[in-house]
Structure formats: C-alpha cells, structure tokens
Design a protein around this ligand. Structure first.
Ligand code: NDP
Ligand code: 8X3
Length: 250
C-alpha cells in the first residue's frame, strides 16, 4: 500500500511544530515546510530518533508562488491524506494609515495568496485519499481590533475560504476543519513586533495563554473523529481571554 503523508506548512515553530511532534508520535509520515530549514532539520532528526516514520523537509518561502509550484512538482508521486495549512503571520500593529505597506503585502502574500495556492494544489492529493484539510484561522478572523486591520482581514478570509472549500468538496469524502485560536504563546508576537521581546512577552503577561500543544491536541481531536464526522470550526481561547481584546490579567 502507498505510504501516506501529513503535510504541515510552517512546521519550524509554534503550532505547526507542535503538530509535527504529536502526529509523529501517532505514526504519521510527515512533509514539513518552512523557510528556516535548519530548524526543520533539527526537528526531523529529533523525531526520527523516537519514531519509525518517514519525514521529508523542504526549505520553502510560501510567498514565492513559483517555488511553491516547483515544490509540488517534486512531491507529485507522493500520497498526502492530511494538510495542516498553518504557515502565517502578523506583522505590525498600528493604525491603517500609518501601516508599512510592505507589512500589508507580506501578510496578504502569506496568509491569503500562499494559503490559497497551497490548498488548491493539495486538494487533488486529498481527494484521492479522501483525506482532511485543517486550516488555521484565528479569533482575529471573527473580531477586528485596533491595529489588526489587514491581519484580521486575512484571517476572516481564511475562515470564509474554509467554508467555501467545505461546500466545494462536499460529496468527495474530504473533510475540512477551520481551527481558530485566541492568544497562543509561540513566536507569533515576536514576529509581529519584529524581535522586540519586551512587547511580545507583554502579550502573554498576567494570565495563562494557550500553548501550541493545546492547538495541536484540538487538531488531533478533529482528525481522529470517524470519517463521517466533520468538525467544521473550533474557536479555542485561553480561559482568561473572552474576546480578541478582553483579557483578564492579574
Ligand atoms: P509562529 O511564528 O511560531 O510559527 C509560524 C510558522 O509559519 C513558522 O513555522 C514559520 O516558518 C512559518 N512561516 C511564516 N511565513 C512563512 C513563509 N513565508 N514561508 C514559509 N513558512 C512561513 O506562529 P504560530 O505557530 O502561532 O502561527 C501559526 C499560525 O497560527 C499562523 O497562521 C497564525 O496566524 C495562526 N494563529 C496564531 C495565533 C497565536 O496567538 N500565536 C492565534 C491565532 C492564529 P519560518 O519562519 O521558518 O519560515
Ligand atoms: C492571533 C491572535 O488576537 O493576536 O491570530 O490576532 S490575535
């Protein structure tokens, strides 16, 4: 029987990395992509010490759609039954008129264009295996907040595209799940605030945030339901966070 792979975008850190660890323990073969190939190689060698699985790693900047196309040529003979469409980012947090245009472009290129192209190119594999697509949106896709503008809009896009994929793929046996986390303590804020540790740490001060494993567990719950059950949407928040902006801090 052909070996099946779980394909995780943005596996070098945070939620994608946590998914790689948990799914490796469950025996999934993995295709891992990110820009920081050295981190993917570390993850690969650690996982191969403990798990009898196959792992393929690729250095890929998903914003480069020509590179994305040639990546799919390289993997054309593989069988993929799960996509975790996770690579994404926020850059900056300021009023729309003051925003750096290149930050807007990077978010749109990553969270919207690359997200869409990767989903589109993976669907034929997932249809063949009657597999599962997991898209990572956000509480920011439900609620706009000050300084969130384009990031919130991109995550609202992910939410709507997930729903559209679900409709287009109904009857194919493919499942589509949209996972929408609140605040998860990953590299997300460090990236958003461009390496400023003081500001990024302050995002998670005074309450218990979510951790990447909390989201990976929820994803595994959705994957492990019977094939006839589609978990369509999960909003997962820290207990202390009641909305995008209402966080009860001590
Ligand atoms: P991290 O910054 O820890 O991880 C982001 C991952 O995306 C990294 O592996 C990064 O890899 C990858 N990535 C970013 N840009 C690119 C690119 N151009 N090409 C390839 N890979 C890329 O953050 P999270 O784990 O928190 O974020 C994962 C997803 O979860 C994102 O879509 C984010 O919007 C979403 N999310 C996060 C929340 C949070 O509070 N943390 C809440 C709600 C949603 P590399 O840098 O090596 O390329
Ligand atoms: C990340 C969560 O609230 O910082 O998507 O936008 S938030």
């Amino acid at each position: 029987m052909t070996e099946k792979y779980t394909f995780i975008t943005g596996a070098s850190s945070g939620i994608g990395k946590a998914c790689a660890y948990m799914l490796a323990q469950k025996g999934h073969n993995l295709i891992l992509i990110a820009r920081r190939i050295e981190l993917l190689e570390e993850i690969k060698s650690e996982l191969l010490q403990e798990n009898n699985i196959k792992i393929l790693t690729f250095k890929l900047d998903v914003r480069n759609l020509a590179e994305v196309n040639s990546f799919f040529e390289k993997i054309q003979d593989l069988s993929i039954d799960i996509l975790i469409n996770n690579a994404g980012l926020a850059l900056g947090k300021s009023s729309i008129e003051d925003y750096d245009w290149t930050d807007f472009e990077t978010m749109i290129d990553t969270n919207v264009k690359a997200f869409t192209r990767i989903a589109q190119l993976t669907i034929p594999y997932i249809k063949k295996t009657q597999g599962h697509i997991v898209n990572i949106s956000s509480i920011a896709g439900n609620e706009a907040y000050e300084g969130g503008s384009v990031y919130c809009a991109t995550k609202s896009y992910v939410k709507m595209l997930s729903k559209s994929m679900r409709i287009d793929l109904a009857g194919t046996g493919v499942r589509v799940t949209d996972i929408a986390p609140g605040a998860v303590d990953t590299e997300f804020s460090l990236v958003r605030f461009k390496g400023d540790e003081k500001i990024s740490n302050s995002v998670y001060d005074g309450y218990v945030p979510l951790y990447a494993n909390d989201i990976a567990e929820a994803i595994i719950f959705a994957l492990d339901r019977p094939k006839s059950v589609n978990i369509e949407y999960m909003l997962i928040m820290p207990t202390a966070q009641a909305s995008a902006t209402r966080v009860a801090r001590k």
